[in-house]
Design a protein around this ligand. Structure first.
Ligand code: GRF
Length: 202
């Protein structure tokens, strides 16, 4: 089977990107990271990308930027790069319909809560404020809603009485670094089958 060609989108630290990169390097995932795109020139994950010689491209999202045009320029950039999969690894922008349709069922996101609970930003804070006893993370395909696409994998963590937003986020992050690479591996082996809202592993 041919290597899948991946574009990774980041906005910040890039720890999920790094976890995925390590699984590709050790041969566990049959893929190539073709480019790392960031909306933030200061994203820490860009340093890791450069150190590891991944091509990087910054599409800065400035105040007043038109979202549709913004994603059109990203699509133009990706057009001749033959991308099989877009991985949103802490990319903090809601994608436009255009790019979602262009890469239908080929965009994957990680969210730090058990969807459909606590979509959107500050998911760990939402979980603490609500008082749930378990939370976790979700890998899903991206559709036109916010964190609403078909779910590939989820992992659970306990919420402890003395948790702060940071301690809970750290415990969830450890699980993210496991289920995100696992999900990408399945995608790259053509093992994910979407049936309506359900994603089956074949
Ligand atoms: C993660 O918690 C992820 O679930 C969320 O943004 C954070 C990104 O972290 N979407 P990192 O940049 O991968 O370290």
């Amino acid at each position: 089977m041919e290597k899948k060609r991946i574009a990774v989108f980041i906005s910040g630290r890039g720890s999920n990107f790094k976890a995925i990169s390590e699984h590709i390097k050790n041969g566990d995932i049959n893929a190539e990271i073709v480019v790392v795109i960031s909306d933030n020139p200061e994203a820490k994950g860009l340093a890791y990308a450069r150190e590891n010689r991944y091509p990087t491209q910054v599409f800065e999202f400035k105040k007043g930027t038109d979202r549709v045009k913004y994603f059109e320029s990203i699509m133009d950039f990706l057009e001749d790069r033959d991308i099989d999969l877009i991985v949103l690894a802490g990319f903090m922008r809601v994608l436009s319909e255009n790019i979602i349709n262009r890469y239908k069922h080929r965009i994957i996101n990680i969210h730090p809560a058990l969807l459909p609970s606590f979509p959107g930003t500050h998911a760990q804070r939402q979980a603490l404020e609500y008082g749930v006893k378990i939370s976790g993370c979700t890998v899903h395909f991206v559709d036109s809603g916010v964190d609403t696409g078909p779910i590939i994998k989820q992992a659970v963590v306990e919420v402890k009485d003395d948790d702060t937003e940071n301690t809970l986020a750290d415990r969830i992050l450890e699980k993210e670094h496991i289920i995100f690479p696992e999900s990408i591996k399945l995608f790259c082996e053509d093992k994910l089958k979407i049936e309506g809202r359900r994603v089956k592993i074949i």
